[in-house]
Each structure stands twice: as C-alpha cells, then as structure tokens.
Design a protein around this ligand. Structure first.
Ligand code: SF4
Length: 388
C-alpha cells in the first residue's frame, strides 16, 4: 500500500454536548442538564492536555450540541488551550456553531475578539410552523437577529443550516426559505434533507404514523430545486448538502475548510463526548455519554470507547463513498496511490455502462457524480464498493 507523500493539513473538532432542548430529528449526542458544564470544561481541558500530536492544523471546529450555550469566555479558553497544545496555524479557520436564541450582539463580538473566524448558525427554517414541528426552541425572528448581529459583530464568514423535505412542504415554501436565507448574503449554506434517524422522537412519530414522510421522488425534486436555485444565485454545490458563495477570484474561498477534511481523507482529532478522530489508518471514538467520558478523564485515562485500524478495503470504500458526495468526486490519483490498482480498470464496467453515463462524470483526474447521479448516490456508491 502506498501512502500519500503530502498529507493534507489536519483539523480539530470539539463537541460541546449541551442543548437547551432536544430537537425531534436530532441524533447528535447532547444533554439538556446544563449543571455539568464546568465539569465538562475541566474534562475537556484534561483530554486536550493528554493528547500529543505533531501535525499542523489549519481548522478548528467547535460544534455540538449548542456551543453558544456555554458562557462566551469559555469559547476563548478552549481556543487558547488548543493553540497552546497543538500547532494551530495563525491563519486557521475557527468555526463556532451557534443557535438562534442563545446569542447576543455582545457574545458574538466576544467570539470574534477571541479568534472565531467563522460562524455556523442553526437556522433550519424561517417559518415558525416548521420550526415548531421540528422541535426547535427559537422563533424565526431570533434567527434573523442572530444573522444581523453576526454581521454587526464583524463576521465575514457566515454559514446557515437549513432543513428541507418536511411533510407536505411545497416547492414554494422551500424556495421562500432559500430566498430569505439568500437575502442575508451568507457565505455558506448547508441544506440537509430531513431524515428519520433511528431512535429519535421523529422516528418514533413516523413509526406511530403520526406523520407521513415526504415521498422520495418529491425530496429529489426539492434537492434539484435547491441545486438549481442556489447555483443560479452564485452558490454552487460542492458537497451533496453544502453550497458556498463563489468568491471573485476563487470559486472555493467560502467553502468550509474543516468539513472538507471529512470528505478528503484528511486527518482530524476530535475532543468531547462522542467525538471521532481519524489518523489514517486509525479511527477512534469517544464515549457517547458524558458520565463515562468524565469518569475516564478524571481517572487519568483518555475517554476512548472504540478504536479500529481500517483495512485497505475499508479505506478504499470510504474514499469512494465520501468522494462521490463531493463536486470534485474521487481523486483518481489518490485512489490509485492507496490501492495500487488502476482506477479505470477496476471500475471499467461501471465507467463504460451506457446506462450510467448521465450519472457519472469521468476526467483524467476525478470521477464524480452529476446532479442526477447524486440523487441516487447510495446505489451508485454501492456499485463501486462491490468491486473493491
Ligand atoms: S440544537 Fe442542534 S444539536 Fe441540539 S438537539 Fe437541536 S439539532 Fe441537535
């Protein structure tokens, strides 16, 4: 197996496991008991201090959960601890996830002053009926305030998360959300299809037939609407759920540097309960339980729940699955360096199948999916994986 000669810069993720209330669709790990905040910060600092790594990091992403529920000085302390422990570049992208209703102009200014360069705001919808149905705690006006305050605080990198595919949601209703988001001229938009993740309240509601999920064909129509509308407004898709405003000199200046690491085999360290780390070929995950996480750290042990060394086959499968999610697609050179096998020979029958021609784009450098191909991402990725 050949290793890449120039590994891409690494990223750091911090998981803040607190939320004011749980949204019905969410399967991220978080708790609503905020009493453990101080113990968590102490545990997090122990975890950071006990982790040694010589890589160069060019992104730090503080997500969750709801990081903006912490007192805002704690965010600055986390950034300081990371900078002191690791080689975090001075020009690193430092992203903070915030939720409407948990920020003020003052707190946003404080984040900016302490080094946060990019905000990701959990808007989800600008329609109160949709927010209520999703179990969000904030009204639409709180999202508008948060966006305006973020600009006033000096942020020039603002991203918003939106959700589409709610039961009965019309194309017009979704376009209204997109247009409202675009009216704030954000640098980045993440548009997620609503999914019923196992063991969420939404999943239980679906099983009890309390609502009927949108039909797959209708969700695909909304995906197509999203891609067409946003690309027409200068926000080309660069990953199946992510869109960045084109810069005047560079098409990718507003992409999330950190999130791109997950799709391109870059190394990353994760801290906090349920956080994942990946140092090719090893992947590990922390306890998805704050008590177990803190118990390990307070007894001098790293809070790792699971660790695995990916086989070459697993690595290639991930390269395919993650690569096909992106606009650029799979890097053929990177795949061949890893596998030692010629890409075009290994996947010849897929690449020459006339039925798949409109779904797959092949260049000498990359193999990617067309937008139609992205609508059937799982089945096409499955075909590639079957041949590895
Ligand atoms: S605020 Fe975010 S992390 Fe918390 S429950 Fe809602 S979706 Fe999940």
């Amino acid at each position: 197996m050949a290793f890449l000669t120039n590994p891409p810069p690494a990223g750091i993720y911090i998981h803040i496991p607190f939320c004011a209330q749980k949204c019905l669709y969410c399967d991220f790990y978080s708790i609503t008991d905020l009493c453990l905040q101080d113990a968590f910060i102490e545990g997090l600092f122990r975890e950071i201090a006990a982790t040694k790594n010589q890589l160069t990091f060019d992104s730090l992403y503080i997500g969750g959960g709801t990081p903006s529920l912490l007192p805002h000085n704690q965010i600055g302390r986390i950034i300081d601890r990371i900078s002191a422990q690791f080689n975090l570049e001075a020009s690193a992208e430092i992203t903070l996830e915030v939720n409407p209703g948990t920020v003020t102009l003052e707190s946003l200014k404080a984040y900016r002053e302490r080094g946060v360069t990019r905000l990701n705001i959990g808007v989800q919808s600008f329609q109160n009926t949709h927010l209520q149905w999703l179990g969000r705690m904030h009204p639409a006006d709180a999202a508008k305030d948060a966006i305006l305050w973020a600009r006033a605080a000096g942020f020039d990198q603002i991203g918003m998360d939106l959700i589409y595919g709610l039961p009965g949601q019309s194309r017009q209703a979704w376009l209204a959300d997109l247009h409202q988001a675009l009216s704030f001229d954000p640098e980045h938009l993440s548009c997620y299809m609503l999914t019923c993740e196992p063991d969420t309240p939404l999943d239980r509601m679906r099983r009890h037939q309390e609502f009927k999920p949108m039909a797959d064909g209708d969700v695909c129509d909304l995906f197509e609407t999203t891609v067409m509308e946003l690309s027409g407004q200068g926000y080309p898709l660069y990953e199946i759920s992510n869109f960045a405003r084109k810069g005047s000199n560079s098409p990718d200046v507003n992409r999330s540097r950190h999130n791109q690491k997950y799709w391109t085999d870059a190394p990353y360290l994760g801290f906090g309960p349920a956080a994942h780390s990946y140092l090719n070929p090893v992947r590990y995950r922390n306890h998805r339980d704050i008590a177990a996480y803190l118990a390990d750290l307070y007894s001098g042990t790293l809070p790792i729940a699971e660790k695995e060394t990916l086989s070459l086959e697993q690595q290639l499968m991930e390269t395919v699955f993650l690569g096909l999610r992106t606009l650029e697609g799979i890097s053929i050179q990177r795949f061949e360096e890893k596998s030692g096998r010629p890409f075009n020979v290994l996947f010849q029958d897929i690449l020459t199948d006339p039925e798949l021609k409109k779904l797959i784009t092949l260049t000498p450098e990359h193999c990617s999916l067309t937008f139609q191909g992205m609508m059937v991402l799982d089945s096409i990725a499955g075909m590639f994986v079957d041949r590895i």
